[in-house]
Write a protein that binds this ligand. Structure first.
Ligand SMILES: Nc1nc2c(ncn2[C@@H]2O[C@H](COP(=O)(O)OP(=O)(O)OP(=O)(O)O)[C@@H](O)[C@H]2O)c(=O)[nH]1
Ligand SMILES: [Mg+2]
Length: 280
């Protein structure tokens, strides 16, 4: 039977390493994807946040809807959570660094740990913070495999592997796969994950906007037909002339990751991806 979740061994190991580190940490910096800040919330920080200050960074601001990002920031502010949003490829950390420096103990460097689900930009954030390419960055989930410390100006910062909540269900894994945070090839294939993505965009009235630049006909309620049109438009043809749906699905998801579908946010504070009762 096809797998519905992706939870490789390095995630369980990473979670153990993070728990062992908890005592030494001054601030937990949790990176979430601005396009889906609740689905990409970290299981680790929800536990540790009771004991350590938690700062939330919404990454990929350049790929998210600007109004939605503003709404998320005020939502977190109302909840008393310190939250920031950045395009981590070109961040302006001025205010953030000033706020950090206020928390430095007089007798030693500040100790930070960067946590989050896979592929949200933890290592890129860390590299920008320390001002060099310290930790490897990549567009597929699972690049960082263990916890490592790096030195910045007045602080030490630990990178950690992307970890999905071990209790997260198939729906969350599928949404993470749309955001390149879970492995589509492992949890059902690009064709299936892309169909799910198209159905979700339609449900949220985002489909027409997302596909506007490709100028294709959209058949409502028929994601299979929409994906076929995308495949034709992008030249994903199999021998014999039929559409290679697996390739079309991958190209659609890659286009979303690269921002080619425009600035799109998948969940809003008043309309999250799924309610807690539905079981994430
Ligand atoms: N456009 C854009 N891309 C980003 C941003 N932040 C990260 N990325 C890209 O997202 C991908 C993942 O970045 P990483 O820093 O490797 O993510 P990670 O969370 O460390 O990933 P794992 O170690 O695999 O868990 C890379 O292709 C980054 O260039 C951002 O703010 N904007
Ligand atoms: Mg990483």
């Amino acid at each position: 039977m096809a797998r519905t979740v992706w939870y490789p061994g390095h995630m369980a190991k990473g979670l153990k390493q993070l728990r062992a580190l908890s005592e030494k940490i001054d601030i937990v910096i949790e990176i979430r994807d601005a396009r889906a800040p609740e689905v990409t919330a970290s299981a680790f920080s929800s536990g540790i946040a009771k004991f350590k200050p938690l700062w939330v960074i919404l990454s990929k601001k350049d790929l998210a809807d600007d109004k939605a990002t503003k709404d998320w920031l005020s939502h977190y502010k109302k909840k008393g959570i310190n939250a920031w949003a950045f395009n981590l490829r070109r961040p302006s950390f001025g205010g953030f660094l000033r706020a950090l420096s206020k928390l430095r103990p007089s007798y030693r460097e500040l100790r930070l740990v960067v946590v989050g689900v896979p592929n949200v930009g933890k290592s890129l954030f860390l590299n920008q913070l320390v001002g060099k390419k310290a930790s490897p960055v990549g567009g597929v989930p699972g690049i960082t495999r263990g916890v490592s410390w790096y030195k910045g100006k007045g602080f030490m910062v630990a990178d950690s592997p992307g970890i999905v909540d071990p209790k997260a269900g198939a729906a969350v894994h599928r949404c993470l796969a749309w955001l390149a945070g879970s492995r589509s090839d492992v949890i059902g294939g690009y064709h299936n994950i892309a169909l799910d993505f198209l159905a979700y965009l339609e449900e949220r009235n985002l489909l027409k906007v997302a596909l506007a630049s490709w100028d294709i006909e959209i058949t409502e309620g028929e994601p299979e037909k929409v994906l076929e049109s995308i495949g034709k438009r992008l030249g994903c043809l199999a021998p014999g002339g039929s559409v290679d749906m697996e390739r079309a699905g991958k190209l659609l998801l890659d286009s979303f990751s690269a921002g080619k579908l425009g600035k799109i946010t998948l969940e809003l504070p008043e309309q999250p991806f799924c309610s807690p009762e539905e079981g994430k």
